[in-house]
Design a protein around this ligand. Sequence first.
Ligand code: SF4
Length: 68
Amino acid sequence: MSYVAHIEESACAAHGDCEAIAPEIFRVDDVAVVIADGPDELMLEAARVCPAVAIRITEQTTGEQLFP
Ligand code: SF4
């Protein structure tokens, strides 16, 4: 199983929590962007701490939404 992160740009407040937790996956400029794949659990943890719930996690193969 492999996860994919999507940023809801209209919701992102660019506070940078995702980048602080997973700098290898997220970079924050005007809004957060996904710059690389990373460990699934780290990606999920970053989504959980996002105060704006702006990170959606899906399963790569099935497209199933895993978070939120
Ligand atoms: S933690 Fe959420 S709101 Fe903050 S920069 Fe990352 S995606 Fe945007």
